[in-house]
Write a protein that binds this ligand. Structure first.
Ligand code: DX5
Ligand code: ZN
Length: 221
């Protein structure tokens, strides 16, 4: 079985008590914290920045923090999030003028680098950069909001990305983001994903551990 990772998106957490929410979801069995950064420019919504990432580290969070930048441009935010304790930093290729340089910047600051592909984007931008990628993140909803429905065409795209990664022989994670639930996670894993972002499916539930356990049970099938 692949080394599956479950990454709850704190976009759906209660921001009035964020530290406690992150502690609870990690205690409930989550592997990573998925941290959605929106700038009301690249996407029509506004969320949280590096200060909040740093605050979670100061609060005692040691789990990997998976920072998903939905901002344009990206380089200043890359520097600030690396300083704030990010583990992964991913960005959308169209939000950087020099994608290769931005990926190098992430890795030079000691973080793991990834590219994010919107539902309508082809994977072409990843092709010549595979050696600089630690992660490919496929959006299975349009970026900007939690609680949307999984777009089924993403399944074929996952298979395509899985082949690209396997053919390269490189160690690159394949993450999926948007509309993931315990009811579709198995199908998504079969299509090739090994890392799963889930916001509303986890944080809207009464018992986080129960949902994460149900997701892992589906992945073990
Ligand atoms: C959307 C974000 C996602 C989102 C996922 O732009 O990147 O991480 O919060 O939320 P759900 O799991 O509710 O689709
Ligand atoms: Zn995200």
């Amino acid at each position: 079985m692949p080394d599956y990772k479950i990454a709850p998106s704190i976009l759906s957490a209660n921001f009035a008590r964020l530290g406690e929410e992150v502690d609870n979801v990690l205690a409930a069995g989550a592997d990573w914290v998925h941290f959605d950064v929106m700038d009301n420019h690249y996407v029509p919504n506004l969320t949280i920045g590096p200060m909040v990432c740093k605050a979670l580290r100061n609060h005692g969070v040691t789990a990997p923090i998976d920072v998903h930048l939905m901002v344009e441009p990206v380089d200043d935010m890359i520097r600030m999030f690396a300083d704030a304790g990010a583990t992964y930093i991913t960005f959308h290729p169209e939000a950087s003028k020099h994608v290769d340089r931005s990926l190098q910047l992430i890795q030079s600051l000691g973080c793991k680098a990834g590219l994010v592909f919107n539902p309508a984007s082809s994977l072409d931008a990843a092709k010549y950069l595979l050696d600089k990628l630690d992660m490919i993140l496929l959006m299975s909803v349009n970026p900007g909001f939690g609680g949307q429905k999984f777009i089924p065409a993403t399944l074929g795209k996952l298979t395509e990305a899985r082949k690209l990664i396997d053919d390269s022989g490189l160690d690159i994670r394949l993450e999926i983001d948007g509309g993931v639930t315990k009811d579709n996670i198995r199908e998504i894993a079969k299509a090739g994903a090994d890392s799963f972002v889930a916001g509303s499916a986890i944080f809207n539930a009464d018992d986080y551990a129960e949902v994460i356990k149900a997701m892992r049970a589906e992945l073990a099938q």
